[in-house]
Design a protein around this ligand. Structure first.
Ligand SMILES: Nc1ncnc2c1ncn2[C@@H]1O[C@H](COP(=O)(O)OP(=O)(O)OP(=O)(O)O)[C@@H](O)[C@H]1O
Length: 447
């Protein structure tokens, strides 16, 4: 395609930048500033295309937008002019690598799931110390899983494995889709005090921001490349590509989403222009959470989100999270918080996980009942052991008196004692039976 056709094509495609709510200059928006460049020849003056206009003059309204944008734009190092120009062109290999990285972390196979994530036989050790041992559980859409366990039990490790920040030593993390958006809200809220509230929300749209910023840079480069037709052709191609990407990510929707979310999070309209630093940690948490939700995550991981929050904010957070349908995993030492939210509790104890349906109170009751049942079974076993030991003692006495043979004693032991080794009060092997054939006691018990 020749240069004239490319310019014409871009002229048509650039209409996505016009006629939207984003043209309202009272609002801060994601749009970059596009100045009309028709006053300046795009290509040498001997060309018939010199008066071609491919940006809408209305877009001069983006001055304020651009200023906002630059505050959140990713800073680039000053390099040579040539490097600057080359950096404007898309690097397709980056996307490919991203894809490979994501694919390595997730498995989609026979046991795939339609929503959320499943841990299958996940094990993890640090420096030879086992933290997780064949851990199994899952979270689906509509479910809120509370991860509980003592300090150091491996709760955060599980979240980090799900988020792809750690690799399990063995086992699988089955994800509903390979490019799953996993959002992680920790107690350290990721906000920048020097941004305004609206800029903070805009920063959630990393890809969209990058596209908007690059569109602006490429446009400037096109203006400066009038003496180099080959370069201009490449830049126009890049511009075309970026515009198509901008259409795909739908920049208009970004702005609408932010406008909808701001009041939902409890902010007043005038708060949009206030600096993040002027808000308390509770309000900064709302911003952090808002940014996460703006990205429509497929899975939400929360690690101690209530730390440093006042009671009112915790209650607001409970109510807000309760309305969300996204699969959620929550680590919290705040039992009331877990009680309000959880539909399922996964306890990790000595590296082993156990799933309980219901909220935190139901987990406490179910766990108590399980321990009671185990204890009852253990007590029953103790009685049987004592009774059997009496019988053995009597048999031994009988054998000494010539009434039972050694073979008869061993048959008795085989029948009655093997099962004792299997179950302890906590379900573990609690006793080891050692049968001595010599004199003295018939067996020893070791706890
Ligand atoms: N990168 C690491 N290197 C070495 N040991 C680690 C690493 N990450 C975690 N651990 C150890 O693994 C164990 C589990 O840590 P983890 O943070 O998952 O526990 P937790 O249940 O979240 O604890 P807490 O409730 O205190 O946050 C701890 O003993 C911790 O010291």
């Amino acid at each position: 395609m020749d240069l004239a056709s490319k310019l014409q094509l871009i002229d048509l495609r650039s209409t996505f930048l016009t006629g939207s709510s984003l043209l309202d200059s009272r609002k801060t928006s994601l749009r970059p500033r596009f100045r009309p460049i028709a006053t300046q020849p795009l290509i040498p003056t001997n060309s018939s295309l010199q008066t071609t206009t491919f940006f809408n003059p209305k877009q001069t309204k983006y001055h304020r937008i651009s200023a906002k944008l630059s505050a959140v734009a990713v800073e680039t190092a000053e390099t040579s002019v040539k490097d600057d120009i080359e950096s404007l062109f898309s690097d397709n290999s980056a996307n490919e690598n991203d894809y490979k990285r994501v694919d390595k972390q997730s498995k989609i196979g026979a046991s795939s799931i339609s929503t959320g994530v499943r841990l299958e036989n996940v094990s993890k050790s640090y420096k030879g110390v086992t933290v997780l041992k064949d851990v199994n559980w899952e979270v689906k859409r509509g479910e809120k899983v509370g991860l509980v366990g003592v300090n150091g039990a491996g709760k955060t490790t599980q979240l980090r494995i799900i988020a792809g920040q750690e690799e399990p030593d063995s086992g699988n993390v089955i994800k509903a889709k390979s490019n799953m958006k996993i959002a992680f809200l920790s107690q350290e809220f990721e906000v920048l005090g020097s941004r305004t509230v609206r800029e903070e929300f805009m920063s959630a749209f990393k890809e969209e921001m990058e596209i908007a910023e690059r569109l602006e840079k490429v446009q400037k480069a096109i203006e400066k490349s009038v003496d180099d037709l080959e370069l201009m052709g490449r830049l126009l191609d890049e511009f075309d590509l970026l515009q198509r990407r901008a259409q795909a990510v739908d920049l208009d929707e970004v702005d609408a989403k932010i406008s909808k979310l701001v009041p939902e999070l409890g902010f007043e309209p005038e708060d949009s222009d206030r600096l993040v630093a002027s808000f308390s940690s509770g309000w900064q948490m709302r911003m952090s959470l808002g940014k996460i939700l703006l990205q429509d995550p497929d899975l939400l991981l929360l690690d101690e989100p209530t730390n440093h929050l006042d009671l009112d904010t915790i209650e607001w957070l409970e109510a807000y999270l309760n309305k969300q349908d996204v699969p959620m995993v929550i680590i919290s030492h705040d039992r009331a918080f877990l009680d309000q939210l959880c539909t399922k509790v996964v306890e990790t104890d000595m590296g082993v996980s156990r799933t309980y349906d219901g909220n935190y109170s139901q987990y406490v009751i179910a766990k108590a009942a399980r321990i009671e049942a185990q204890f009852a079974a253990w007590e029953k076993q103790q009685k049987e052991i004592d009774q059997t030991r009496d019988l053995i003692n009597r048999l031994s006495a009988g054998a000494n008196a010539g009434r039972a043979s050694t073979a008869e004693k061993f048959v008795f032991l085989a029948l009655h004692l093997r099962r004792w080794a299997k179950v302890g009060a906590n379900g573990e092997r609690s006793r080891r039976l050692v049968i001595r054939t010599g004199g003295g006691n018939c067996f020893n018990r070791h706890r």
